[in-house]
Write a protein that binds this ligand. Sequence first.
Ligand code: SF4
Length: 516
Amino acid sequence: MSSPSATPTLIAPSAASHDAEGRARTYEVRTFGCQMNVHDSERLSGSLESAGYVRADAGEEADVVVINTCAVRDNAAGKLYGTLGHLKSRKDKHEGMQIAVGGCLAQMDKDVVQQKAPWVDVVFGTHNMGSLPSLLERARHNGEAELEILESLEIFPSTLPTKRDSVYSGWVSISVGCNNTCTFCIVPSLRGKEKDRRPGDILNEIRLLVDDGAMEVTLLGQNVNSYGVEFGDRQAFGKLLRAAGEIDGLERIRFTSPHPAAFTDDVIDAMAETDAVMPQLHMPLQSGSDRILKAMRRSYRSERFLGILDRVRAKMPDAAISTDIIVGFPGETDEDFEDTMRVVEQARFASAFTFQYSIREGTPAATMADQVPKEVVQERYERLIALQERISLEENQKQVGREVQVLVSTGEGKKDAETHRLTGRAEDNRLVHFEVPEGSETPRPGDVVWVVVTHAAPFHLLADSPDGAPLRIRRTRSGDAWDRAQAESCAIPASAGDSGAPRAVSLGLPTLRVGV
Ligand code: SF4
């Protein structure tokens, strides 16, 4: 099979992006699923804006609604068809409205989407996100639905224009697809074999993001530490971390997700020796039972897993380690589950994403005997959650009294307005809600504050100022970029003194920066 193209993909202006009166049509992208999907949605937005569409304001009914689906999470199909049913009544009243469905579930269901919801205008898969504008145009022109699902990747999605959601932090894909065959997972059949981007392309994309104001990147792949398998360098991921750490202005590097089987000590060394790599690791356990790990076709065992955590903590004592765990995999006995509880107790995770196993059609586990009854799964799940909440709280309580550096974010503190706090992420990725004392300067999203933790809960930390002293703030380039983005969205010229140009839809490679 030939390699996907890494050449920047230009999206031509589309006639369908404007209505008969010449008004730009509006779009909205709704995302279900993981970070990979969130980042893919940034590319869908970028492609649509390059074609001439404009993002609908919050609360406004868009002319084009794109649903980027997930086939991994619970009840994905129920959520999709429920949303489509709701959209049908909106479409009946909104002349010219179009609905597009893309992503993993579309790739899996193919024409089933149109059979079940014939009012959908476009269905596209995971391998052809860049086709969305032309499919919308064809559907509009021909007055009939368009379906395009490719079986393999033709271009790296990273070559598409990208409309980033955040100015201070960005996702950067290093690979797509996965060569593993975990029996519960639909990803390999939907995203294909692992394809690695060239290190130079990845580093250029990071530099471009930093030039635009970002100080944090998260490297994304289904299995980041197998990066390099395609070009035969087993240590490529550690090298990539070190090379990214050299980029001026890049202060925080994170990555997700690694796989315990291929997590080698050179990666731990690269993490510990690269200042910008944050003391944080998401390491999916899935099960603490070696028998179940084997049935899941996960080739590590619990002892190796715990050994990785020990070695990470030996080099980075303050690393916050999180995980994913599936409860009730087919054949899981009480004893297997107790093994999971034991490993969780020993691992001292800062947090865990816990899932109840449910059948994913098309995966080997879907047809395994011994599916565990729902009530048994529920009971185990509740016990696991209670255990992890206790550990998360205990680990968070160790933070009380510590000074942490928080990168101020936006949209993460749902109760900020009522509690008069702001929110951000500490270096170890813990969520911190902090008080802005009366009379203190207010930091912008993208600025950094130093705060002392005063209270711990299982899922967040609080940092209040007992003596009302003003916040210690470092105003950053990312905060400046936030200011510029705000000014642009209000059509106010960006403040003088900032060297940054208007933020445009960016391509994944600097050679073709648009509007800069
Ligand atoms: S490593 Fe396993 S769980 Fe992760 S994407 Fe690959 S097959 Fe799925």
